[in-house]
Design a protein around this ligand. Structure first.
Ligand code: TLP
Length: 346
């Protein structure tokens, strides 16, 4: 029985084209700047996102941390959402490693931050206060239903940041999902940002890697931060080669994941004991709640695993399911059947 793993889009395996590219990759020492495949990937990423330069790092967490360290000094403040990945799931690396002070603003259900609240949180120059240096947005927003932020909002946020002398960093782990869902060029979303990170190892299916994009000067400094964190890699062309395939072959097909997520959410909404609203989900992330207390999310997840379907319990009543390559429409239908059966036999 083939397992249908919907816990995350991080579980994707490299495609055959990626495996071939990895086997044949031309390599060199990337700390010397001499890995031709890494250099090509960085150039391609910068070009795709409309930035001067890019830096290949090992993970989304490292990408975000490198950017925070580059924008902020110790004791300086960054404004970010209370539901952001950086705040929830990155071990407080900004504080632990960078001494950066987080200023938390509630995320709106659509993943945005109320810009009036952001503006009110920017510190005045005063000997008592940390200095505000950075505004962070997440697009798509993982914990806010995978919601994409649109270009108008990104531009407004960037103007606000500029007015107050702040930089704007975008955790764009799934920025291509946002662009595909909105039907626009990704540059419309990345353009307003001073720095943007995105992951190759989520919906784009590469085994490892993220990119940090920004001005040449910013990326030069980010390269120093990456080395500080032990993230200088050597013959990294072996993994960058898969990233090239991810960027050239795997972006447009994200639309399929979004359609599958929609189908999944619609099916879930029709299952007794489950509550969700399919209209909330525009990309590949679906959340659903158990409305009867007879089973916990962990118990449902265990029961489904025995039946060949994996979902992620994420709260006292909440679970998450994420669609990705190569989960098909018929896999979604099979998952729905199993979930429906598991709910009936509770
Ligand atoms: N998200 C993972 C888990 O860490 C929760 C997932 O399964 O969704 N930014 C965003 C918005 C993310 O969703 C993630 C990973 C990261 C950054 C970190 O990326 P990695 O896992 O490569 O460090």
């Amino acid at each position: 029985m083939q397992m249908i793993d919907l816990r995350s889009d991080t579980v994707t395996h490299p495609t055959s084209a990626m495996r071939r590219a990895m086997a044949e990759a031309e390599v060199g020492d990337d700390v010397f700047g001499e890995d031709p495949t890494v250099n090509r990937l960085e150039e391609l990423a910068a070009e795709r996102l409309g930035k001067e330069a890019a830096l290949f790092v090992s993970s989304g967490t490292m990408a975000n941390l490198v950017c925070q360290l580059t924008h902020c000094g110790r004791g300086e403040e960054m404004i970010l959402g209370d539901q952001s990945h950086i705040f929830h799931y990155e071990q407080g690396g900004s504080a632990a490693v960078g001494g950066i002070h987080p200023r938390i603003i509630p995320n709106q259900p659509d993943g945005s931050l109320d810009l009036t609240a952001v503006e009110a949180s920017v510190r005045a120059e005063n000997v008592h206060f940390p200095r505000t240096r950075l505004l962070v947005l997440e697009n798509t927003h993982n914990r806010c239903d995978g919601a994409p932020l649109d270009p108008e909002y990104m531009s407004e946020a960037a103007s606000l940041a500029r007015r107050h002398g702040l930089k704007l960093h975008v955790d764009g782990a799934r920025i291509f999902n946002a662009a595909v869902a909105l039907g626009i060029d990704v540059r419309q979303l990345s353009g307003p940002a001073d720095s943007i990170s995105f992951c190759l190892s989520k919906g784009l299916s590469a085994p490892v890697g993220s990119l940090v994009c920004g001005s040449r000067e910013f990326v030069g400094e980010a390269r120093r931060a990456r080395k500080l964190l032990g993230g200088g890699m050597r013959q990294a062309g072996v993994i960058a080669a898969a990233g090239m395939v991810a960027l050239t072959e795997m972006v447009d097909r994200l639309a399929e994941d979004h359609a599958n997520a929609r189908r999944l959410a619609e099916g879930l909404a029709g299952i007794e004991g489950i509550a969700t609203d399919p209209d909330r989900f525009q990309t590949n992330i679906v959340y659903f709640d158990l409305i009867e207390k007879r089973m916990t999310p962990a118990q449902l997840a265990d029961r489904l695993q025995e039946r060949g379907v994996r979902v992620l319990p994420v709260g006292p009543v909440r679970l998450r399911a994420v669609t990705h390559h190569p989960v098909t429409r018929s896999d979604v239908d099979r998952a729905l059947e199993e979930i429906s059966r598991a709910m009936k036999n509770r």
